[in-house]
Unconditional design. Structure first.
Length: 296
């Protein structure tokens, strides 16, 4: 064995020892098959890297090129017609076989995983949470809703719910005139209400302006005649006819739930859907808190 190979293997041994020391200090559980496979892979990489490097460095010092030259050349630089080294070919084939095995059978899809354990723990906690807070009073819901709002909603809507100067929806009022006009003009089919899609251009010109002013003003004062087109789905009071359509008068649990689950694209931008990020009690708590931002 050459001195170069001995040095390479010594470097590999030093690297392996250093890896073992780090693993011990980090208290990594080597009984876990994934950790053990990783450790074996690290040792194999260290040995192969230094061993193969030493072999070919030593070979470059002693070997001379030989064999039949191909006819093609580039500026006098040609290639030999030598066969691919067997070690390269078998290593490449072995890598493919190992990858297929690991993909199909080697990875412990049905075995223990930290992600799976985490998901199960979250699921169990959410079930317990729903049971404990099923009949929470208004004060508890408001306090809970504030915590949820500050974590999930405040980054876009602001800590006071003012929408950060038009960058997001302003919860201190139900809806602005510009937003109403945008929905009238473009229609809406995002929130998945039983009434279905709201077609565009249900009102135009002065009628649209009157409706937008009335709705944005909190639906106070004399109701414009053109609002009849809205009342057929949203109800004369604008509260959505018991969840059949969006509540355009107030914030309620039904509205908050639909927006969070489906997302919403409007005049001021797009809010992505959050799907199952919140439990039903959390949605109720969030709706309770958002209503306080409107001063109700």
């Amino acid at each position: 064995m050459s001195s170069l190979m001995i040095k390479a293997l010594a470097f590999a041994a030093a690297l392996i020892i250093a890896t073992i020391v780090v693993v011990k200090q980090m208290n990594i559980d080597l009984s876990d098959p994934i950790n053990m496979i990783t450790m074996i892979g690290a040792v194999a990489i260290a040995v192969l890297t230094f061993g193969v490097s030493a072999k070919y460095i030593n070979q470059m010092k002693t070997d001379t090129a030989g064999g039949e030259l191909a006819e093609e050349n580039w500026d006098g630089i040609g290639e030999y017609k030598n066969e691919l080294p067997g070690g390269w070919a078998y290593s490449f084939l072995g890598t493919i076989i190992w990858a297929l095995w690991y993909w199909i059978a080697g990875y412990p899809v049905n075995a223990f995983s930290q992600i799976g354990q985490y998901n199960e723990e979250v699921k169990a906690y959410n079930t317990k949470f729903e049971t404990v807070h099923k009949n929470a009073d208004a004060a508890t819901l408001q306090q809970m809703g504030e915590s949820i709002f500050l974590v999930q909603c405040a980054p876009c809507h602001g800590t006071t719910g003012d929408g950060l100067s038009g960058k997001a929806h302003d919860f201190t009022s139900r809806i602005s005139k510009e937003q109403v006009l945008a929905v009238i003009k473009n229609g809406s089919n995002q929130l998945g209400y039983p009434m279905g899609a709201m077609p565009p251009m249900m009102a135009q010109g002065k009628d649209a302006e009157d409706i937008a002013t009335y709705v944005a003003g909190g639906m106070k004062g004399e109701q414009p005649a053109a609002f009849a087109a809205c009342a057929s789905c949203h109800g004369a009071d604008g509260k959505g006819m018991n969840g059949m359509a969006a509540n355009i008068a107030d914030y309620d649990e039904n509205l908050i739930s639909h927006v969070i689950k489906n997302g919403k694209k409007g005049a001021i931008g797009t809010m992505p859907a959050f799907h199952d990020r919140m439990t039903p009690v959390q949605l109720k708590a969030l709706a309770t808190y958002i209503k306080t931002l409107k001063g109700e």
